[in-house]
Write a protein that binds this ligand. Structure first.
Ligand code: MG
Ligand code: ZN
Length: 259
């Protein structure tokens, strides 16, 4: 995980509104812990536990903060290119008449996705993680301060595209959504079991491409259920709109705070 992959080690992330276009390396806060760069593997494990314990504490604070404003937050995770932003753009178009929607965008660099979200009509804050490969609860806290979402907002946190370490970091969200596109193959739950094990729902996106790729939905469902028997699987095409109603239904069922 991250204390060993090194993504904790090069300073803090940069939190920007889409129009700021700040250089990602211009305002690093050097608050990182150097311990994990040295020492035998036993120390690394201890540091990993420390990092995650600290993150869990901050995530609980986020959860309380969000609950105080009746905000439902969903952590959206996938590999790069699975269609997270496209799903959110379509969701904003379809649902933002009913309630305020806000998005926190996580990417290593650029505000490209935040620009798309803003163009779709949602308020958005971009977090650039630099070399970091996941969002953590402290980054989300800082983004929330900037975003200042209204009471009752439906909040999506689009994580950095990565099927590995985002699974470990609680952000204070109400639900975890994993996206996979049919172009990635039906074996992904077996290869990345931790990610699929923490998912409350899995959106299987780009179903419009099923005729052209070697992806068997039944095999995928079997593999996903082998690591997470309760998981809800939602086939969609964010491009054509197929399956979007089931996704909205799942969101409505799982918004525990706002009904
Ligand atoms: Mg994206
Ligand atoms: Zn990471």
């Amino acid at each position: 995980m991250c204390a060993t992959c090194g993504c904790q080690g090069d300073g803090g992330p940069v939190v920007t509104l889409p129009h700021e276009h700040q250089h990602p390396h211009s305002s690093h806060e050097h608050d990182h812990d150097h311990d994990h760069q040295h020492g035998p593997s036993g120390e690394v494990i201890t540091l990993e536990q420390k990092v995650l314990a600290k993150n869990d504490l901050l995530a609980e604070r986020n959860r309380g903060w969000l609950a105080g404003r009746a905000i439902s937050a969903f952590n959206v995770m996938s590999s790069p290119g699975a269609g997270k932003t496209t799903l959110l753009v379509r969701t904003i178009g379809d649902l933002s008449g009913a309630r305020p929607i806000a998005v926190i965008e996580g990417d290593q660099e650029t505000t490209l996705d935040a620009d798309r979200i803003e163009a779709a009509g949602s308020s958005v804050v971009q977090i650039n993680t630099g070399s970091g490969c996941h969002l953590d609860a402290d980054m989300v806290r800082r983004a929330l301060e900037k975003l200042d979402p209204a009471t009752g907002t439906l909040l999506f946190i689009e994580n950095v595209g990565n099927l590995v370490c985002p699974a470990l970091f609680d952000l204070g969200e109400e639900g975890k959504l994993v996206l996979i596109s049919v172009t990635e193959g039906d074996d992904k739950p077996l290869k990345y079991p931790h990610m699929f094990a923490v998912a409350d729902a899995v959106v299987v996106n780009k179903t419009d491409l099923l005729p052209y790729v070697d992806f068997d939905m039944k095999t995928f469902v079997r593999h996903a259920q082998s690591v997470n028997p309760e998981v809800r699987i939602l086939p969609t095409s964010a491009t054509t709109g197929d399956g979007m109603d089931d996704w909205y239904g799942w969101l409505a069922e799982n918004r525990h705070i706002v009904r």
